[in-house]
Design a protein around this ligand. Sequence first.
Ligand SMILES: NC(=O)c1ccc[n+]([C@@H]2O[C@H](COP(=O)([O-])OP(=O)(O)OC[C@H]3O[C@@H](n4cnc5c(N)ncnc54)[C@H](OP(=O)(O)O)[C@@H]3O)[C@@H](O)[C@H]2O)c1
Length: 251
Amino acid sequence: MTLAADPAALPAPSSERALVVGATGYVGRALVRELCARGVAVLAHGRAESPRLARLRGPFADLGAEVVTTDFDREALALLLTSRAVTHVFLCLGTTLRRSLGRGAGGRRDTYESVDLALSSLVIGAAVDSGLAPRVVLLSTAGARAASRWRYFAVRGRLEQVLMDSPLPWTIARPGHITGPDRDEWRPLERLSAMITDWTLLWLAVLGMQILRERYRPIGAGELAKALAQHGFDPHSVRKILPGERLRDFP
Ligand SMILES: NC(=O)c1ccc[n+]([C@@H]2O[C@H](COP(=O)([O-])OP(=O)(O)OC[C@H]3O[C@@H](n4cnc5c(N)ncnc54)[C@H](OP(=O)(O)O)[C@@H]3O)[C@@H](O)[C@H]2O)c1
């Protein structure tokens, strides 16, 4: 797995320290690389039993990121945040429909409720308990709405509400499909759906609805990571929900 940052683009180190939760995922990995390239001290969080973590330890170390595997325990995570003076928390974790239909470690079944909602809410609670009021950047999705009849979008809407109801400074990103040739997992349905969406939006743009295309067309992890890193440190993005068109074209 290659994660090398472009050394020419490396700025001076800053006093910011970011915890990336879900660092082993497609977006999480790109975000670790992007934050390291920006000179941010990064704690890359993965679950100890993560199948991907063993492969990523070396590449993360090469980038200068520190791997942490603190349990999803509110007290333990609050202690981690406090002891490491974390200023930013990026929430990039979530399960997939396929995983939710199978069996996870120890026969446990992961669901959108048990992973996307419960674990992310636990981290938000730990951030509150830390007393440091770190900025929390949530990777959500276009279509997130607590009242949605689609379970995934309803869970994402409920999670957004947990964050918005917290006393923390927050930013929520709502991309459409996240996909690209560099994804290490084969997700044929996701790719197919992204292609259909892309083509449909192209025609809508030809018909004058360019804004819909910018909002919903698929985005790669690298481009999204740049947007998350940029908005995550921008004071103007506090308490903002960012649709797809605000997540594109960052240098
Ligand atoms: N894919 C899309 O088109 C799309 C669109 C909009 C929003 N999103 C949202 O964006 C988020 C990140 O997307 P992605 O493509 O980077 O996802 P991904 O590659 O599947 O990564 C998900 C991350 O969550 C972690 N995770 C999964 N189950 C876990 C569990 N039971 N306990 C602890 N950690 C767990 C994974 O850890 P392991 O590596 O250890 O499994 C990984 O770090 C997802 O939550 C998704 O809802 C996705």
